[in-house]
Design a protein around this ligand. Structure first.
Ligand code: ATP
Length: 284
């Protein structure tokens, strides 16, 4: 399988927070979701990949070349705060943005504006967050990009708009030479859209691989009054004890090591994030 993006050993130290040897691959033709709790380092990683932030060490390869050698055209970017001037209207955005790209496709851009219901005269300062995101996505898709990097593209959008964006991302990767890396807190969007997941916690990657492998690797565990010995307690990640028992997450390969009578069931991505985070706090 070809990789469109290869990230190796990225480090960025802010003093109170550090990215710790971030490494993962985004394969060609797939959508990779980037997840982790607030402050885990998602934006810092995406900015380091894009050289918006200068990492202390590590390397980034896109399309098999060093990140620095890649043409602007080939990457479509949607960040949380667009660099658009408040007084610009949609047409002004096109003038400014298109000048950066040799292969700007005017018709494609107006097609996306129509599809998103964005009026050409509408000013940035009059737009909702959702409209600004859609405008950035329209621009990112109008210059022959082969890799889309998006920081929380669906947050703050209503369910209809989110569904529209998820459909667009899926359409984008039907051309198997293209890929998407996007961060999000909305795991239902990932369940629908992502093929692969990178999961970051406190600046370190805790999982990278196929989404289905992540969901199969863990199970939710619910215990009654069964006593857990010290070894068994270590197996329950993010264990929450309460008056009538405990709950947490366990690696499916360890289910047989738990006492008889505990219940295990399928786990959601949201629960994996919650239990992993709680597990990390329990070890602090
Ligand atoms: P969220 O989900 O809340 O957007 P995130 O996973 O994207 O979070 P980052 O924005 O990458 O997290 O922030 C990670 C940590 O790095 C935070 O503790 C943040 O305060 C810190 N940080 C980010 N930028 C800087 C900076 N320029 N200087 C110092 N610390 C920073």
């Amino acid at each position: 399988m070809n990789n469109i993006l290869e990230v190796r050993g990225l480090r960025k130290d802010y003093g109170s927070f550090a990215l710790n040897e971030i490494s993962f691959d985004v394969p060609s033709g797939y959508i990779m979701g980037f997840i982790g709790p607030n402050g885990a380092g998602k934006t810092t990683t995406l900015k380091s990949i894009l050289s918006i932030v200068q990492p202390d060490s590590g390397s980034v390869k896109m399309f098999g070349q060093d990140g620095g050698a890649v043409q602007n055209e080939e990457i479509g970017v949607v960040m949380d705060s667009p660099m658009y001037v408040d007084d610009w209207n949609v047409g002004d955005v096109e003038k400014a943005v298109s000048s950066f790209y040799k292969q700007w496709d005017k018709e494609l851009y107006s097609g996306y504006l129509k599809r998103f219901g964005l009026e050409p005269k509408k000013k940035i300062k009059e737009m909702s967050r959702g409209m600004k995101i859609k405008l950035q996505i329209a621009a990112a898709l109008s210059h022959s990009a082969r890799l889309l990097i998006l920081d929380e593209p669906t947050s703050g959008l209503d369910p209809v708009a989110r569904d529209e964006i998820c459909d667009l991302l899926r359409e984008f990767v039907t051309d198997e030479s293209k890929s998407v890396l996007f961060s999000t807190h909305i795991t239902s969007d990932l369940e629908k859209t992502a093929d692969y997941i990178v999961f970051i916690l406190n600046g370190s990657i805790v999982f990278t691989g196929a989404k289905d492998d992540l969901l199969e690797r863990y199970a939710r565990v619910i215990g009654g009054l069964q006593e857990l010995n010290t070894e068994q307690k270590k197996l329950v990640i993010g264990c929450r004890e309460h008056g009538t028992g405990f709950e947490g997450m366990v690696e499916t390969e360890n289910i047989g090591k738990l006492p008889n009578g505990v219940l295990t069931e399928e786990i959601s991505l949201d629960e994996i994030i919650i239990f992993m985070n709680k597990g990390a706090e329990n070890h602090e």
